[in-house]
Design a protein around this ligand. Structure first.
Ligand SMILES: Cc1cc2nc3c(=O)[nH]c(=O)nc-3n(C[C@H](O)[C@H](O)[C@H](O)COP(=O)(O)OP(=O)(O)OC[C@H]3O[C@@H](n4cnc5c(N)ncnc54)[C@H](O)[C@@H]3O)c2cc1C
Length: 486
């Protein structure tokens, strides 16, 4: 075979003996006949469009739906050897446009790598890189254990872990990435290696927050924790209770910390009929434990909290309806805990002049989220060996704006609107000296500098890992989507 010179994806493979032109997708179809979906096949559209947000979807030239690790190795080896651009998709929930899909390239869909095996002796679960969190929790529940993972059923295991991964159990156990004891990774040359605390330790650390920069992770072995019934759900409040909730949030964060407790405030600002949501999770079966007393005096409009299984807490979470709100931008910032700053953020969020233009967008929706990160989360991460995220060891809040709209022609308007409001937040935080560098990959917008935010030392270490395991920079240059090393 002659090597392929890639010119976008119209590149062709020429057989030296026959001179028959073979496209990269035809080559893959010949090598892996049952696992390649070509554009002219009926199932193509459904599989290509599995990305959650409409604006994250792309039109790949073909899709590799690998049945097992071995065929995935074969695919990766051939793609990199022939300089063919590709994307990797697990659950397809990354909001960034093209974050896990590709135009005119090959999409690797990991959905068939979805095994979930529990090892009671090792107290770990080995989970395929294409599994969904809801299936993981349900499979582990009969064993009375769970893992630190996503807060909604249909998020993919692969992307959530590699971007850090915030869970209802993070207050005690750190982020999802901190709880991985072994990554099974296909490197650019197609070899499969294990990265863990004793083997390829540099890669092990880099993958904890490293996204798709180093390899395709086929399986994650994750620590499990005992769990029985839990308490939690959503409490809805009238919109006028928003300031009281912000103030209680500060007290909650600065008061005594209960590692079983976790919350998130969500305020859908453009649809006041939803009010303000307080998502509550308590990892033991006690209703209204003292950790949440600071919210007690605020009148509740509607309450779904109950003692229930952990999987039912996850499946009961509020999940945006993508058919009504098809296009999305998420944007994040990290602030040090500061009650005065929170009030200012509230004022910016509810009164920013940019909000006026939101009404010009069809289905224009703007949701504000506040996620408290206790010091214990950062300490737990360190105790588990450390990650690459460069988190500051102090109480902090991961603020998030979620913007949704209908029409593609409004994309620019929507992105600029959300950015302008977040810029105001960052200015206020800088002024208060309470802006922290960290940008959470899983909540980040396309223009945010995620990996630079991990700090100079982490970036240098990650670049060394890249040189060692991927000297041709295939995962930088051929693998599209995700957030790349700076
Ligand atoms: C409704 C919703 C709720 C969410 N809730 C949470 C939450 O509770 N906590 C949280 O932390 N985040 C949450 N997120 C964010 C989510 O974690 C990120 O969007 C994450 O990227 C999704 O993972 P995925 O596998 O579904 O994504 P994908 O889009 O499939 O992948 C995301 C990125 O990871 C890469 N990737 C995926 N799998 C692999 C692999 N095996 N090997 C190498 N690279 C890979 C992809 O190439 C892509 O760059 C939520 C997102 C949505 C839309």
């Amino acid at each position: 075979m002659l090597p392929i010179v890639l010119l976008g994806f119209v590149a062709a493979l020429v057989s030296a003996t026959t001179h028959i032109v073979e496209s990269p997708c035809e080559l893959l179809k010949r090598l892996l006949p049952s696992e390649i979906i070509l554009r002219n096949e009926t199932r193509y559209t459904e599989v290509a469009n599995k990305n959650w947000a409409t604006n994250a979807r792309r039109a790949p030239s073909c899709i590799v739906v690998a049945n097992n690790t071995r065929s995935l190795q074969e695919a990766v080896k051939n793609l990199t050897r022939n300089s063919i651009q590709f994307a990797i998709r697990s659950g397809g929930h990354m909001i960034k446009p093209g974050g896990s899909n590709i135009d005119n390239g090959v999409l690797i869909d990991l959905s068939r790598l979805n095994e979930i095996e529990y090892n009671a002796i090792g107290q770990v679960a080995r989970v395929g890189g294409g599994a969904r969190w809801g299936d993981v929790y349900k499979a582990l529940e009969p064993h009375n254990v769970t893992v630190v993972g996503g807060r909604l059923d249909d998020i993919g295991v692969g992307g959530l872990i590699l971007g850090g991964g915030l869970s209802w159990l993070s207050s005690r156990h750190g982020l999802a990435c901190d709880n991985v004891v072994n990554f099974e990774v296909i490197l650019a040359n197609g070899t499969l290696i294990n990265a863990n605390a004793t083997s390829s330790t540099d890669l092990y650390k880099a993958l904890k927050g490293g996204g798709n920069n180093f390899g395709v992770v086929t399986h994650f072995t994750i620590s499990t924790y005992a769990i029985g019934a839990v308490w939690g759900g959503i409490r809805y409040y009238a919109p006028e209770q928003f300031p009281a909730l912000i103030s209680a949030f500060s007290q909650y964060q600065l008061g005594p910390q209960d590692p079983d407790a976790s919350i998130m405030i969500q305020a859908p600002l453009t649809n006041s009929s939803f009010g303000v949501l307080l998502n509550i999770a308590y990892s033991r079966p006690f209703a209204d434990p003292p950790a949440f007393d600071v919210f007690k005096s605020i009148p509740i409009a509607l309450d779904t909290t109950s003692i229930r299984s952990y999987s039912s807490l996850i499946s009961g979470a509020s999940n945006p309806d993508i058919t009504q709100l098809p296009r999305w931008d998420w944007r994040t910032a990290t602030l040090a805990a500061n009650a005065t700053l929170y009030t200012e953020v509230y004022n910016i969020t509810t009164k920013a002049p940019e909000l006026q233009s939101l009404s010009q967008l069809q289905s224009g929706t703007f949701v504000f989220n506040m996620q408290p990160i206790p010091v214990q989360t950062v300490k737990a991460a360190k105790a588990l060996g450390g990650n690459s995220l460069g988190l500051s060891e102090e109480p902090q809040v991961w603020v998030q704006y979620l913007m949704a709209w209908w029409h593609e022609e409004d994309d620019h308007k929507a992105y600029s609107l959300s950015k302008a409001i977040m810029d105001r937040v960052n200015q206020a935080a800088n002024k208060a000296n309470d802006s922290l560098d960290y940008v959470f990959m899983n909540d980040a917008s396309q223009d945010q500098n995620v990996i630079s935010s991990y700090g100079r030392d982490n970036v240098i270490s990650m670049k060394k890992v890249q040189e060692k395991y991927d000297s041709t920079k295939a995962f930088q240059e051929l693998v599209r989507g995700g957030f790349k090393l700076p």
